[in-house]
Design a protein around this ligand. Sequence first.
Ligand code: DWN
Ligand code: SAH
Length: 407
Amino acid sequence: MNCLICKNSITPFVDFGKMPIANGFLVQDQIKDEYFFSLKVAFCEHCKMVQLTEQPDREKMFHENYAFFSSTSEYMKLHFKDFANSVIKLQSLTKDSFVVEIGCNDGIMIQNFKNQDIGHLGVEPSKNVAAVAKEKGVNVVSEFFDVTLAKKIISEYKKADAILSANVMCHIPYMHSVFEGIKELLKEDGLFIFEDPYLGDIVEKNSFDQIYDEHVFYFSALSVSKLAEMHNLELVDTIKQSTHGGSMRYVIAHKGTKEVSQSVKSTIENEISLGLDNKKTFENFANNVANIKTDLHAILSDLKAKNKKVVAYGATSKSTTVTNYCNITPDLIEFVSDTTPIKQNKLTPGAHIPVLPYEEFRKAKPDFVLLFAWNHAKEIMSKEAEFMQSIGAQWIVYVPKVEILNP
Ligand code: DWN
Ligand code: SAH
């Protein structure tokens, strides 16, 4: 196996076994044709990139029935409004400027540029979520971003003052084509700003559920700085984010055009002290994850033996790794509650646990609630606090360790 970035040889440090498409919610009739692949992660000792060794074809994941709609979280709406406003300020954007967002989903971030009358274009290959963005009046091209599309955007529009992306770069295996596209599309004084779940948090929190088919890369400043260099670009800033269980925002410019912030150096130093440049760190991570698997299965089996009612909250992509790797079957969890209509009344991928509308969660009065959407814990726990207390229910979490939280 060879690294997707530097082509050196790599070997997996963790194997989660056979996995279905993380967002492949399905009905009973589709079970016989369900697709599985091998979910394994490797660390490249040469360029420091952590990556999947196998990924399903992109058309199997991103299509006209994509199940994740970004605007299901009120907190994320605010986060992306702040992100957009910070870029408007940083690059002094006006209606004559041009902003491109790669993977704009339902328009959660790019709508803020549209609302302030700033020239913009969203790129979103999944047609159903792109349609929602278009309904908001946002300009969208429903294609996969790569160097070919970048050239098309330049010919049909112009070069960009800012290229943005959130939770998308880590989804794209053909990263060199993406960076070639960025290099072409970005104006000389432009900025490419993207954020993704941060490898440092994944390792520190044992958040193994960030690992699933869509997430091919697990970035650090160490790996991103090397990747940028390969394209004569430069990592000029790193800004830590609390979203999605801990993310990092990377600011990239044409080499030599911007001052490099002190934070790049300190982030890289911190990564070295965390061991993100050392394969032993990832071997430890694999051991911790195996312990979580044992503990989570044990706790759910114990609750079942005690006849407790256990349901889960948030049919996340991440939970596909949790249920399939930890052997969580419908006898351990009655159903998963989710507010997204396209997921409701379907079964979770691989584990086939029913997904029910939020109203059913309220009706069910569970004893325990396994929080799959733990990255939205603050938002969810505050809105459910009163209800959970009124029925005497308790949250179960598994990141950074398996725990039943006190009411
Ligand atoms: O990287 C990705 C991130 C940004 O989003 C994608 N590959 C896919 C997706 O990952 P995820 O599915 O793990 O994301 P979330 O944001 O953790 O998903 C939350 C789920 O929980 C959604 O299905 C909506 C649902 N939800 C809910 O039912 N009630 C969410 C909130 C906040 C709620 O109150
Ligand atoms: N930016 C949003 C959506 C993240 S989900 C947010 O942070 O909430 C990942 C998105 O990336 C999906 O909408 C998917 O369709 C899109 N995507 C996947 N590959 C892509 C590519 N090559 N170019 C652009 N978008 C892509």
